[in-house]
Design a protein around this ligand. Sequence first.
Ligand SMILES: [Zn+2]
Length: 218
Amino acid sequence: MMNRLPRPPASKLLEGNLRFQKWFREDRETFARLLAKQQPRAFYIGCSDSRVVPNFILDAAPGEVFVARNVGAIVPPPCDPLGMSIGAALEFAIESLGVPELIVCGHDSCGALAGIAEGQVSLKSNLGFWLKRGLDSVRDLGELGSIPMRDLVERFVAAQHRNLLQFEVVERAIAEGRIVVHAWVYDPATGRIRAMAADGVFHEVIGEDGPAPDLAAE
Ligand SMILES: [Zn+2]
């Protein structure tokens, strides 16, 4: 008799889970350790962009990075109800997990930021409403369309960083020397990260092997 029980929809990605299970079987000690406790080294807030995968670009294993991603890597200020998701994650990451580092990471070629720069914000869609929060954070920069995108993304990330510092839980952790807060920009054309220094200037992180190739220049 034919089995008529409903089956979940098929997905190519479930084949990926089968491959992951192979890894899980082979490295059971690691996963047993993680099952008992998570102790991530950082809380990373980034963009949902499928090309900017935190654990890949940071070469971090499961258990190493606590992550929140949204469209544009936007951090609404603490007084904003739309910031509650980030605020909740901040409280959990800092107070319960004790992460010593907090990262907000935007990226070049960000569709959300392009939309913000082009004024594609409206209160008629969830996306437009959300992007308006991003726009609000950089209103002081004036005409966004006249700022080169590379500069704009850095100033945008710096604005999210400023918002992060306003959360009481972050303020307290900094005052007690429990946390360092980073502002980074990842470039999908080079694989490199630019990190903000105390003076607000971004510096590219390049190792002894020299920079990764610039695909946009080839
Ligand atoms: Zn993006």
